[in-house]
Write a protein that binds this ligand. Sequence first.
Ligand SMILES: *[C@@H]1O[C@H](CO)[C@@H](O)[C@H](O)[C@H]1NC(C)=O
Ligand SMILES: *[C@@H]1O[C@H](CO)[C@@H](O)[C@H](O)[C@H]1NC(C)=O
Ligand SMILES: *[C@@H]1O[C@H](CO)[C@@H](O)[C@H](O)[C@H]1NC(C)=O
Ligand SMILES: *[C@@H]1O[C@H](CO)[C@@H](O)[C@H](O)[C@H]1NC(C)=O
Ligand SMILES: *[C@@H]1O[C@H](CO)[C@@H](O)[C@H](O)[C@H]1NC(C)=O
Length: 499
Amino acid sequence: MIGYSASVLILICLSISAVHSRSVAEDGLKLPSDVKVFANRGEADGEDAGGTRWAVLIAGSNGYWNYRHQADVCHAYQILKSGGLKDENIVVFMYDDIAFNEYNPVQGSIINNPHGNDVYRNVPKDYTGDNVTVDNFFAVLLGNKSGLTGGSGKVVDSGPDDHIFVYYTDHGGPGVLGMPSIAPYLYANDLIEMLKKKHASGTYKSLVFYIEACESGSIFEGLLPEGMNIYATTASNAEENSWGTYCPGMIPPPPPGFDTCLGDLYSVAWMEDSDTHNLRTETLKQQYKVVNDSNFCISLPGNVKKRTLNKNRSEGSHVMQYGDIKLDKNHLYMYFGTNPANDNITFVDENSLPQYVEAVNQRDADLLHFWHKYNKAPEGSSEKLKAQKNLHDVMRHRVHVDNSVNLIGELLFGYEEGERILKFVRPAGQPLVNDWACLKNMVSTFETHCGSLAQYGMKHMRAFANLCNAGVSKEQMAVVSAQACVNLPTSSWNSISTA
Ligand SMILES: *[C@@H]1O[C@H](CO)[C@@H](O)[C@H](O)[C@H]1NC(C)=O
Ligand SMILES: *[C@@H]1O[C@H](CO)[C@@H](O)[C@H](O)[C@H]1NC(C)=O
Ligand SMILES: *[C@@H]1O[C@H](CO)[C@@H](O)[C@H](O)[C@H]1NC(C)=O
Ligand SMILES: *[C@@H]1O[C@H](CO)[C@@H](O)[C@H](O)[C@H]1NC(C)=O
Ligand SMILES: *[C@@H]1O[C@H](CO)[C@@H](O)[C@H](O)[C@H]1NC(C)=O
């Protein structure tokens, strides 16, 4: 079993900030009656008279080993609530299997920082469980009540002067984001089409979209047009991983008993920055830079100043901007409001110096969780056996998916050419694939013969896209998939991920 831990890639990264050790938004929670006092202050404050702030927050995963995504979303809700947004204007999508999960050591509570307070408190349960779907997300943002299935019925019923913030945190892959259960993938082209519809409906003034996921740049790269008043940032470019943080065994670790990562690097960077500043004085661009700085990882811990860090940088992810970049002059206040407790904390570079935290590749965070559970369970206990089985299943699923995809490439193009074609990365500025229907077809054909890609397997989306770009037909794909996947692992990762 020792080998598994070695395969987990852990990096030491920089995270904000000098003043972040307690989350002000969390401490500064107001009673609903207090909130009303400042809920509409925005309208008097100059930058944007009139207009309502709306937000859609989505955690696309489930399972205790993915604790961090729902923790991120709950934390985002607290920031917006402290900023003065009303519940009727914040739509939350989360599976909601964490707070009362059997493994959660503090039942009924969720934290997003080792020293953080409960962020689960008062979070609206608009779309939970199987109601967290692509179709509901689209219907909510489009304000299309008749397009909803289940859930609270809350939609973004916005008008032409309104500002919308969308935040998505989950696993992803080239061209896709995950969803917890039904219709598991959100494809980039469908997202862009939906945004075009929203724009055409004239129901917002500007829209800001933050995404945390592996290869999240691929969601917008070559796809999001300018001129729609949409500004997006992503945790990584189209080829990089994104990173989980506050994980067991790391610096800083979660409190004892959590056995899972509490947050994600890009997400906690923007949120801990937002928690601790007067957001009337900080622009989207300033936050973008702070988050970008915190997403680079170094090989050794230390306590050097930001300006000397460049030479020690090794790996990490580039935070990217897409769409109407000129919107980055807007103050965060226009989207998040601001917590009155921070009124005297003006944003300056010096109060956003990165500090060291460690991080793990999103795709290895589940291994870290099961490894940790295995390690600490008493010898011979049923818990140890269960953790061992989970580790085995995860690894078997990974090996199966990787081998099947590689074999398909070899069967189609031969050994060397196969690898070259599957791994090819288009130049920056070009979308992943020209024919998205083909990509969806390749994926469903693969899954019919080889089983679900699941969270880990989304990394192979680029390989499927490249098959389309190389002109492979659906029929050819069906033949080689059947040849490659004669045997499926009896208990796949997917069977536990949907348990
Ligand atoms: C709302 O959703 C329904 C169901 O998906 C769809 O038929 C209808 O066209 C949508 N309406 C708008 C205005 O998008
Ligand atoms: C989905 O939404 C419906 C309608 O609000 C609700 O009755 C149902 O319990 C929800 N399902 C889940 C799994 O949360
Ligand atoms: C983001 O960080 C990387 C790595 O330090 C750097 O090369 C890049 O210039 C930064 N981007 C911005 C806009 O600051
Ligand atoms: C790089 O990191 C090492 C080890 O922490 C440190 O000794 C060195 O001063 C750093 N170099 C720079 C340029 O920051
Ligand atoms: C900000 O500073 C002013 C002047 O010192 C003070 O009156 C006010 O209470 C402070 N506000 C907060 C939220 O600390």
